[in-house]
Design a protein around this ligand. Structure first.
Ligand code: NAG
Ligand code: NAG
Ligand code: NAG
Length: 404
């Protein structure tokens, strides 16, 4: 009795404490409508003004894009800001149909950023995809990406949706300690170069609980990255979850520490993949890459290391890749393959892969190309547990075509 009445007496104090906490965490809220933003009109200038005010706040602040549909041209939101800052997107931000600029939303040099909300970045990709020829040649028309994060640190991107980007959906450059959680990425399976999340020159990147359906790699971890964790991600349609391609350009540096776990890939052209270019412009290691607890549903190349990656003959296939792959594991990978060659490990002739472990692979193939198999070159993996197919049961044929 005494306890309960004490508690009842304390209630107003407790409520006050709770509401104070809340007020503190949302801090100053700046709604873009304060700067004249109106539904169905371009809000680029209003967003820039709201960002400027929030970024100058010495206490945590938030820019709010309320529900509704708004036009957005290229929007460059820059830090550093004076305190933590949140961009809460509840509405739909629609790119102009006419492809222009670098990105729809570009955030750079921001520390302690939160991008949140149930809103959508709509790249209006249909208008750009036919102009996108970057998958065919080195010099190509650069189309805008939906979200570019450059030099963003100690930050979180959660809940938002990226729809029909004209180019990559989300691109990271020079980021550190950045987490994606419950993000949705959607574009048609035949849209060119629409990688879901591309990570480069970054470290401590987490991509969690994210659903990706797109026309290129769901996630691509490019060069010069450290400590990337990809967990509880679904992918499909798309080209799978890839490390690489590595070695095409001379400024690239090593990739160390990528973990891909608890992911499900459905109807993708690749499952989990490491790809490096022959005749690489540079030599560097790619190591500590681990893939485990992955479910494949009708995936064309479920497990693949391809050090002869050279789509459209853009390189000299006769010169082996100088990228050294080591300390790689594929564990507990199960489901169905859409082709008979389910596990393919093709390493460099001049730099064979080292420390490759393959354990508990249980894949089935029901098509007409014959029994399920695994082909290898320049690798001697340590094999344990289930082996469907028998790992490295056959040598890989030389000069096999690579998949994009
Ligand atoms: C990483 O960023 C998060 C979110 O801002 C922060 O809570 C955490 O302390 C940071 N971790 C490190 C190691 O700096
Ligand atoms: C292999 O990778 C794991 C995880 O990234 C790391 O902890 C370990 O030190 C690496 N082992 C070697 C021999 O490099
Ligand atoms: C499996 O994938 C292949 C190739 O992508 C596709 O043609 C086929 O329709 C898919 N099968 C099923 C059952 O979805």
């Amino acid at each position: 009795m005494g306890l309960i009445s004490n508690f009842v007496a304390l209630l107003p104090v407790l409520l006050l404490l709770v509401s104070n906490c809340k007020a503190q965490s949302s801090g100053v809220v700046i709604d873009i409508t304060k700067f004249g933003a109106k539904p169905n009109a371009d809000v680029t200038a209003a967003l820039a003004s709201a960002w400027k005010e929030a970024c100058a706040s010495t206490t945590p602040s938030k820019v709010l894009i309320p529900k509704g549909s708004y036009g957005l041209s290229q929007s460059n939101l820059k830090g550093p800001c004076k305190s933590a800052i949140e961009l809460q997107i509840e509405g739909t931000l629609q790119a102009p149909a006419d492809p222009k600029g670098d990105g729809l939303l570009l955030l750079e040099y921001v520390d302690q950023l939160t991008v949140s909300g149930t809103g959508v970045l709509d790249g209006q990709g249909k208008a750009g995809w036919e102009k996108n020829d970057c998958h065919l040649k080195k010099e190509c028309t650069k189309l805008p990406m939906n979200l570019k994060l450059n030099f963003v640190t100690n930050s979180i991107v959660k809940d938002i949706t990226s729809l029909d980007s004209k180019n990559y959906h989300i691109n990271l450059l020079g980021c550190k300690n950045l987490t994606f959680d419950h993000v949705t990425i959607t574009a048609p399976g035949n849209s060119p170069n629409t990688d879901g999340i591309h990570v480069s020159s970054s470290e401590q990147i987490n991509i969690l609980n994210t659903n990706i359906a797109t026309g290129d790699d769901c996630i691509s971890v490019g060069d010069t990255n450290k400590q990337v964790v990809i967990s509880d991600v679904t992918c499909g349609p798309g080209h799978g979850i890839s490390i690489g391609s590595l070695g095409k350009y001379s400024k690239e540096k090593e990739v160390v520490g990528v973990t891909v776990k608890k992911c499900k890939l459905t109807d993708t052209t690749n499952g989990v993949r490491i790809k490096t270019w022959p005749d690489s412009a540079v030599a560097f290691p790619a190591s500590d890459m681990h893939f485990e607890d992955i479910e494949m549903v009708n995936v064309s190349n479920p497990v693949i290391i391809d050090q002869e990656y050279c789509p459209w003959n853009q390189c000299n296939r006769k010169v082996p890749s100088k990228i050294k792959i080591s300390n790689v594991s594929f564990k507990n990978i199960r489901g169905t393959s859409a082709t008979s060659v389910a596990v393919k490990i093709v390493c460099s002739q001049s730099n064979p892969c080292e420390g490759v472990e393959v354990a508990d692979i249980d894949l089935t193939y029901s098509g007409s190309e014959g029994p399920i198999k695994s082909q290898c070159a320049n690798v001697k993996p340590v094999i344990s547990g289930k082996q469907n197919p028998p790992i490295c049961g056959e040598p890989a044929p030389a000069g096999g075509p690579s998949s994009d």
